[in-house]
Design a protein around this ligand. Structure first.
Ligand SMILES: Cc1cc2nc3c(=O)[nH]c(=O)nc-3n(C[C@H](O)[C@H](O)[C@H](O)COP(=O)(O)O)c2cc1C
Length: 334
């Protein structure tokens, strides 16, 4: 087992070997993926919203517990998007199953959500786009925050201008609680940079998309391996009623969305057939049709060069962080 390289407030809070959090991934952060992240020394979060029923969700939780040998793992709760099941029902099911680590994303978590997590002796990291949202979350009583830059795969929220490196540095010294930064991170040197800036961890999504334990079609993973740093695009930027900015793979569906936006179409109904989850879940992730569906992905995809186990990706990231640390040491004049 590789030596622990870094100890931070977040590695202590989550009791993890590496300062690496794998953020929730709609349809993809299921039990095998999250367990692989946990077993590789990071913390992963099962996306509750991907389960249409509590029974299905409980199945995921039980499966993950079996795969991690009862090592702690996390659950992602969406505080603003429509969920098949009420948010509190997902939370109660997770707490009943023994989950004590939560990632929330979306609107600032409500008082009763935080209270229920606290009362159960659990903890929550809230994911935000900008420092001002992080300060609000801190005031509301979350245990930690993740500040995610505009480069991120998926929804950057209100952040379409602030890159991770700038947002991370601006946060240094401003928060009392621990914080992670994310968005566009796919190389270990960026982990070292994040820690140097004052962050306690990084949050990754895109870099893991071709992980062996990701439950997706080989053609999808092959597309992730082939994709370069400019193969993503942003749809719905500035269009809050349609969900706001969404960074995805540049494919036929995303280009059609942009064409309809350019044609001035603004009704939800004009886009529903293109953005529906079943296209992502069944056609792309399940069926391997990479032109179908809005497939969340950021420029960190350029770091993916093969399909490999999550543990191998984690080991590479940590070796790259160590190499970056050594490089800095050699640059220091005595
Ligand atoms: C395929 C995919 C699906 C995502 N789905 C969710 C989600 O359901 N909930 C969430 O909080 N974040 C989601 N995210 C965001 C990630 O948790 C994470 O914050 C982001 O990927 C970090 O930026 P990066 O992709 O540049 O590493 C998703 C990201 C990707 C790539």
């Amino acid at each position: 087992m590789p030596q622990k390289q870094f100890e931070t407030r977040i590695t202590r809070l989550f009791n993890i070997r590496h300062p690496v959090l794998a953020g929730g991934l709609m349809w993809l952060s299921d039990a095998p993926y999250v367990a692989a992240v946990v077993n590789a020394g990071g913390m992963g979060f099962i996306t509750s919203r991907s389960s249409a029923t509590i029974a299905e969700f409980e199945g995921q939780l039980g499966h993950c517990a079996a795969l991690t040998g009862d090592k702690p793992f996390g659950v992602n709760l969406s505080t603003s998007r429509h969920t098949a099941v009420p948010l509190m029902d997902y939370l109660d099911a997770a707490l009943a199953a023994g989950v004590r680590h939560f990632e929330t994303a979306g609107r600032a978590p409500a008082d009763d959500l935080i209270r229920r997590i606290r009362d159960a002796g659990a903890m929550v990291i809230h994911k935000v786009p900008l420092l001002r949202h992080a300060l609000t979350a801190e005031r509301l009583g979350v245990d930690a925050v993740a500040i995610v830059g505009m480069e991120c795969g998926g929804h950057p929220g209100a952040n379409t201008d602030m890159p991770a490196m700038l947002g991370g540095a601006l946060a240094a010294g401003k928060l009392r609680i621990p914080y992670a930064i994310g968005g566009g991170i796919g190389h270990g040197s960026q982990i070292l940079a994040a820690l140097a800036m004052g962050a306690d961890a990084v949050v990754l999504g895109t870099r893991f998309l071709a992980g062996e334990e990701i439950s997706a079609h080989p053609a999808y993973k092959a597309r992730m391996v082939a994709a370069g740093a400019d193969d993503h695009m942003v749809c719905f930027a500035g269009n809050q009623p349609l969900g706001g900015a969404w960074r995805v793979l540049n494919n036929a569906t995303a280009r059609e969305v942009r064409a309809r936006e350019a044609a001035g179409r603004t009704d939800y109904a004009d886009f529903a057939e293109l953005t529906r989850g079943s296209l992502q879940k069944e056609a792309a992730y399940g069926g391997g049709d990479v032109e179908a569906g809005m497939l969340s992905m950021g420029a960190a995809v350029a770091f993916i060069d093969q399909v490999e186990p999550i543990a191998a990706i984690m080991d590479r990231l940590m070796a790259q962080a160590a190499a970056a640390q050594n490089r800095i040491t050699t640059l220091i004049r005595s």
